[in-house]
Design a protein around this ligand. Structure first.
Ligand SMILES: Nc1nc2c(ncn2[C@@H]2O[C@@H]3COP(=O)(O)O[C@H]4[C@@H](O)[C@H](n5cnc6c(=O)[nH]c(N)nc65)O[C@@H]4COP(=O)(O)O[C@H]3[C@H]2O)c(=O)[nH]1
Length: 897
């Protein structure tokens, strides 16, 4: 226990009081002794004086003592009072929740209350001698020190200085400091006194509040949300930053009022809003509505608005609060989603969506339509259930490789429907990944391509087959030939290529019509197919041309045998639309490897051989030989030249006199066309007429000959020469056409030639091809007054009964019989029979190709009417013939008509 200051002061009189009493007794003693011995001697006087002095001294001492005692008591009291006061203040300071401190001018703590322990974790003695700045981060210390300097400079107290300190345990402690500068008597700064208050918790709350406000604002911004508060009584409308942002307005330029707000609302939506707000004000029900706004920049947005009202005690509305949220993107996304959903449901393509584990999570109606599986039958299952088994593992591996590496795959795939039927589909698989690149979904979009495939198949077939006969066409033939050659090259075998042309097809086609022509080609195709082995190919190259690829030909004779089979098959008459048709083939054969090692050469050579077969009289086959190659080329050139011959004026008409056998009179002339080729000289009609029949030029050539002959005959007559009948050949193709009678009429008209002076010659076979049509054409000509002759008589298959039906005037005995009739009894018999038949039908009969006197004699003997041939004259150019006519007329001295 320590003593209090008052206790210490009370102890002093303990030794002073007895001393004062001793002095007092001594003083009284001396004084009384003096006074009892007045006449004492000097010594007594001295003693008296001494006693007095002692008494006085004692009195003084007593007085002093008393005074001292009093002063001491007062001091002790004051001291005790001071000590009590100090203790009180100390207790106050030390019990204060604030930290009280004192620092010198350099900021060094001279005093610090124990509160520092609570605030900063230090004991006062730990910081005495240090500065408060030592407990701060350097920058903070610098800042706070400057504030203290400012306080000193202002000589004013500083309040609310916030400073951040570091607690002994490392925590941050924010203090609020009030500080007073202390100055000395001379005004010099002695230090500062002040107090710190811990505001860490407050600051944290403030920071948290600010943070939450910021968060709210941020959340509003992110959510495109704003809030408003309408003080109805005061008419003040407060908008959050979010609303300004949504409305595209700035707080500075826009005073928020309800009316101003309505201005921003789309005009068409204003009434709705007014109604909603009024209803809420009236009935208190919160409202939620969507409306459009038009921002100052003209852009239109969709917002969702909510409002609630609060009322005063009397029930009157005081305040409305609400939110505005920009839902434009949301609505657009919803619209897009809606559209996507519509597309998803209504697209004709099947759609299948799986999760990352390839389990189906959604399919559309088209999926069900195509696969036959309902949605609930496939959900959570794997697309594998659609596999057809037509593709191997490698196929699916390649598919998944593509999906993983490129994110998509598309291709054709066979899947199986629920009913077990396989179908081809065009499938497009794509991957959907999240932002981190992880697979979320696989989307498969597919369409059933069965019908496309079918059409493709048909197209493929059509592209490779002849529509009429169903035989492989040129394209497929080419392919097959290449294959056959490749195999022959490998195996060392041979291949025969047979180029087959149907003789006189064009004539048949023109005379019987295209339908009959088509039937004929179909039947020919069927018969040709019947002649070959399975592994051989019969193809149609177009028109009446066929080719046969005969494989594994070890002997060239195999091709001849096949040709013979085909000739026999086609040689059997065809019955088409009630007509019996006889036709034949011309076959050209080329052999691999001897006649060519590639497809083109073999084909070209077979074609050349076929032409040779035709030249040799048709109905036969011909192997290729080297000479044919040049002939083939020549033929092609000639054909091309023929197309220009008419325009170039290279055609001529020569006339061959026809003489009455009995009288030797010149009765007519046959017009025979000639082609005076620019470089090749005279080309015989036997060469170019079949060519013209093939390429369709015969019509134009025939017309030209007809016109020229009529014109020449008319000109001779006009020139004063005797009138003379001119015979013009008309090709089968012309007769087949509809316009022969018209053409003849036109030629007569333009030349002015009398119809009786024109004779039309048609060959027997042509007439026989389509008798009905020939009859009607011939009748028409006959009606015009034109004479009709049948050429090459005896070479066809005419029967007398047939012949009777034709309106003919003349039969022309073919040169081949005339040639042989002198030596060959058969020919002579035929000539006689023809003459007899003509006479019985009352037709004139003329023999052609008469060269010798013996023939003339025979013909005259048999009763033949007329003749023509080198014996009389070869065909002559027009001028020469006119001369011949003039001479003949002069010799006879009479007319010939
Ligand atoms: N060896 C020999 N031959 C004789 C004799 N007398 C006449 N010839 C030839 O015999 C052919 C008779 O004509 P075709 O039988 O109507 O046979 C004609 C005819 O079918 C056809 N032709 C000629 N000109 C025309 C024409 O303008 N139009 C049509 N469609 N065919 C024509 O060409 C065929 C051949 O005509 P060409 O070469 O002019 O040959 C002519 C003629 O020059 C003879 O005594 N001995």
């Amino acid at each position: 226990m320590t003593e209090s200051p008052s206790q210490q002061s009370d102890r002093k009189p303990a030794f002073l009081t007895p001393l004062a009493l001793v002095l007092l007794v001594l003083g009284v003693g001396f004084f009384s002794g003096y006074w009892g011995h007045e006449e004492a001697d000097a010594g007594g006087e001295i003693l008296a004086s001494a006693t007095l002095a002692i008494l006085l001294g004692g009195a003084l001492f007593a007085i002093f003592y008393v005074l001292t005692q009093r002063a001491q008591k007062r001091f002790a009291h004051a001291q005790a009072e001071l000590q009590r006061s100090e203790a009180r203040f100390r207790a106050l300071v030390e019990s204060s929740s604030d930290l009280i401190w004192e620092v010198d001018a350099d900021g060094v703590y001279t005093y610090v209350s124990p509160k520092i322990r609570d605030l900063l974790g230090y004991m006062p003695e730990e910081v005495i001698g240090r500065t408060p700045f030592d407990l701060m981060a350097p920058a903070e210390a610098e800042r706070v020190r400057m504030m203290f300097n400012a306080i000193a400079a202002s000589r004013q107290a500083g309040f609310g200085i916030e400073n951040v300190n570091r607690h002994k345990d490392g925590r941050v402690v924010v203090l609020e400091t009030n500080a007073v500068p202390i100055f000395g008597a001379r005004g010099d700064l002695l230090g500062y006194r002040g107090m710190d208050r811990d505001i860490t918790a407050r600051k944290e709350v403030e920071t948290a509040l600010r943070q939450s406000q910021d968060n709210l604002a941020e959340a509003q911004r992110i959510a495109a949300l704003g809030s408003w508060d309408w003080d109805i009584a005061k008419g003040i409308l407060r908008w959050s930053d979010g609303i300004y942002r949504i409305f595209g307005l700035s707080r500075e330029d826009f005073g928020a009022t309800y009316e101003a707000f309505l201005e921003i609302v789309h005009p068409d939506d204003r009434t709705r809003i007014r109604q909603a707000v009024n209803e809420t004000l009236e009935h208190g029900r919160p409202y939620v509505m969507e409306h459009r706004i038009i921002r100052p920049d003209g852009s239109e947005r969709v917002v969702q608005e909510r409002g609630e009202v609060s009322r005063g005690p009397d029930g009157s509305p005081l305040r409305m609060v609400g939110t505005v949220q920009d839902v434009t993107e949301q609505r657009e996304a919803e619209l897009r989603l809606h559209q996507a959903a519509k597309v998803f449901e209504n697209t004709s393509e099947g759609v299948m969506i799986t999760d990352a584990e390839q389990r189906i999570i959604a399919v559309n109606q088209a999926f069900t339509r195509i696969t036959g599986y309902a949605e609930d039958e496939v959900i959570r299952r794997e697309p594998k259930l659609l596999q057809s088994g037509r593709h191997d593992d490698a196929y699916y591996r390649q598919m998944w490789d593509a999906i993983q590496s490129r994110g998509r795959w598309q291709g054709e795939i066979w899947n199986r429907r629920k009913d077990g039927v396989d179908y081809p589909e065009w499938l497009n698989i794509s991957v959907v990944r999240d932002d981190a690149g992880a697979v979320i979904n696989y989307i498969g979009v597919f369409s059933d391509i069965s019908s496309i495939k079918e059409a493709q198949g048909k197209l493929e077939y059509t592209a490779h087959h002849d529509a009429l006969t169903g035989l492989p066409n040129r394209l497929l033939f080419r392919d097959r030939l290449e294959q056959a050659l490749a195999m022959a090259r490998r195996n060392g075998g041979g291949v025969a290529l047979l180029f087959v042309d149907l003789d006189r097809f064009k004539v048949i086609n023109d005379t019987l019509g295209h339908e009959a022509g088509d039937l004929l080609l179909q039947e020919v195709a069927r018969r040709l197919l019947g002649c070959v082995r399975e592994e051989d190919t019969v193809a149609r190259m177009g028109g009446d041309e066929f080719v046969v690829i005969q494989k594994d030909v070890s002997q060239p004779e195999s091709a001849a045998l096949l040709s013979a089979r085909m000739l026999a098959a086609i040689g059997t008459p065809f019955t088409l639309a009630g007509h019996e048709i006889v036709t034949s083939l011309s076959i050209g054969i080329s052999l691999y490897p001897q006649d060519g090692r590639d497809a083109s050469t073999l084909l070209k050579n077979a074609d050349a051989a076929m032409y040779r077969a035709k030249e040799k009289g048709r109905n036969g086959y011909q192997y290729y030989s080297d000479e044919m190659a040049s002939a083939g080329i020549e033929r092609l050139e000639l054909e091309s030249d023929l197309r220009q011959a008419l325009q170039r004026g290279e055609l001529r008409v020569h006339y061959q006199p026809q003489v009455e056998l009995a009288s030797g009179r010149l009765v007519g002339a046959e017009a025979l066309v000639r082609w005076q080729h620019g470089s090749r000289g005279m080309i015989p009609p036997a060469v170019f007429i079949p060519m013209a029949e093939d390429n369709g030029m015969i019509g134009a050539i025939g017309e030209w000959v007809l016109d020229t002959a009529c014109a020449d005959a008319a000109a001779w007559h006009a020139a004063g020469l005797p009138a003379l009948r001119v015979a013009v050949n008309v090709s089968g193709r012309q007769i087949g056409g509809d316009h022969v009678a018209d053409r003849v009429a036109a030629a007569l008209r333009s030349s002015g030639l009398a119809p009786q002076l024109l004779e039309i010659e048609v060959t027997e076979s042509v007439v026989m091809q389509d008798a009905a049509r020939a009859i009607s054409t011939l009748n028409a000509l006959r009606d015009m007054g034109v004479t009709l002759a049948i050429d090459d008589f005896g070479t066809g298959y005419s029967s007398l009964s047939y012949l009777k039906r034709f309106p003919l005037d003349k039969l022309k005995i073919d040169k081949s019989f005339v040639d042989g009739m002198v030596d060959d009894p058969d020919d002579a018999a035929i000539v006689m029979a023809i003459i007899a038949m003509a006479q019985s039908l009352r037709h004139t009969v003329i023999a052609e190709g008469v060269e010798t006197e013996a023939q003339v004699a025979r013909l005259r003997a048999y009763g033949c009417d007329e003749m023509q041939g080198y014996f009389v004259s070869p065909p002559l150019p027009a001028e020469a013939f006119a001369e011949f006519l003039r001479d003949a007329s002069a010799a006879r001295g009479d007319g010939l008509s």
